[in-house]
Design a protein around this ligand. Sequence first.
Ligand SMILES: Cc1cc2nc3c(=O)[nH]c(=O)nc-3n(C[C@H](O)[C@H](O)[C@H](O)COP(=O)(O)O)c2cc1C
Length: 382
Amino acid sequence: MANDNTGKRGRGPTDPTRRQRITLAAIAVVAEGGVAAVTHRAVAATAGVPLGSTTYHFATLDDLLAAALRTAAEHNVAKLREWERSLAPGADLATALADLVTYALTDDRAQTVVEYELYVAALHRPRLRAASTAWDNAVTELFAARTDPNTGRLLAAAFCGLLMQALLADPPPTREELTAFFRRSLHGTSPAPNRVDPRLSGVTTTRAILLLCGSLRSGSTNAALLRTARALAPAGFAAVAYDGMGALPHFNPDDDHDRPHPAVVDLRTRIDRAAAILICTPEYAGALPGAFKNLLDWTVGGVEIGNKPTAWINVSASGTRAADAHASLRKVLEYTGATIVEDACAHLPVHGSTIDDEGLVADQKVRDGVVTSLAVLAAAVS
Ligand SMILES: Cc1cc2nc3c(=O)[nH]c(=O)nc-3n(C[C@H](O)[C@H](O)[C@H](O)COP(=O)(O)O)c2cc1C
């Protein structure tokens, strides 16, 4: 043990790094023997500082544990941010999350255990709750950045709960099971429900209404309408957003062969699995947005949309009601063989000012219209 009660300059109570070193030592003590092993004496020994130094910086054990929890959470969130930044645009989030959990269970297991020990300690120590809540909020925010506020919250809860179960499971869930779990959390359906580990199931099977948005704009009114629809799906249905439009390659019939681009496979798979489709698109220059027409072009050759009950909600607040884009949408959908459910199609103008902080449309008239459209669309599903 290094003893730094040597009187060297920079090692007294004013040593700016000492508090942090003591905090890291507390984390090391937790890693070694759990929260119960944390005492001022044990932490001082690990940090190589005099006992008086730990009590100087942290009057109580709870102060010390709260600092350790905050630091562990900051490391964890920094790692998650790095993971999020490394994801390619349009990456399959379910697979990426499964890989992240697998990494936390294997290569990063020791660190994961420490983080959970400290997190759980907050159950008995109210002093730690500010740090545990800040951690929860940071994780929720991070996942929401890739999805939407409600899904972010759901994913944070699913991710943390699953990781805790998986740490204790023997054998731990496989990557395939984890992917199925996250796919279901994200999209309401699983690619192979009968192969999902029973430990990870327990979610009622629902049919999916796939939500296709024609706008890539971050503050999109069309996207806000569809986010709102997600929360208003009728019983037995999950309204599931497709968010891969920006990653689709330009349509070229030469590229539409046995093994098309993964983003195309993903789009077609989602359409194929959906029971119905709801579209929301703006009009650009008197027509459908190019990116959305490109998406539709990728569906014309296949049989994915064929006969699926399909509707649109037109949110245009302009005088022309984006009529040209919607006339064009009808024509393209006819090429795809979609069954247009006329009574589910609606014009519900959305003004940017009615979108709330969560990115949802607050206008009750619009919300009621969405509920009606979804109910009519769902009723058309055989
Ligand atoms: C380049 C461009 C062209 C547009 N052309 C039309 C148009 O022809 N007809 C129309 O009604 N609105 C047009 N708009 C307005 C958009 O449809 C409107 O801003 C809409 O809210 C965009 O949808 P979003 O909020 O989901 O991104 C155009 C907007 C842009 C940026």
